[in-house]
Unconditional design. Structure first.
Length: 106
């Protein structure tokens, strides 16, 4: 069973497709890149599958994101350590990313 949920345009030749499928007898939400070009038309290897058992956790994580989280202020400047208010979370200085220990467990 396959059920296409929707697509998001990535660029002029690629879309991100969301689909519920049973690939490999493992039901879940698949998020994959679909290319339409002269050389190739079809899904790429780029993508992820959220298994049905993990979908409630995934949905909770997605629903925790607010519109405000996704809005970048027009005049946003890079802050130095001195400008960061106390108590504000910062990214790992080496990698620029939160470490696994910093992420909430859903």
């Amino acid at each position: 069973m396959e059920k296409d949920i929707g697509k998001i345009n990535k660029n002029e030749i690629a879309d991100i497709i969301l689909r519920i499928d049973d690939f490999g007898n493992r039901r879940g939400l698949t998020i994959r890149e679909f290319i339409t070009s002269d050389r190739y038309t079809g899904f790429t290897k780029s993508g992820i599958k959220i298994l049905a058992a993990d979908f409630p956790k995934f949905k909770e994580m997605i629903n925790s994101i607010t519109e405000e989280d996704m809005t970048q202020p027009e005049n946003e400047e890079t802050e130095t350590e001195e400008q960061i208010p106390s108590g504000q979370e910062t990214l790992n200085q080496k990698t620029g990313k939160k470490t696994e220990e910093d992420l909430p467990d859903y």
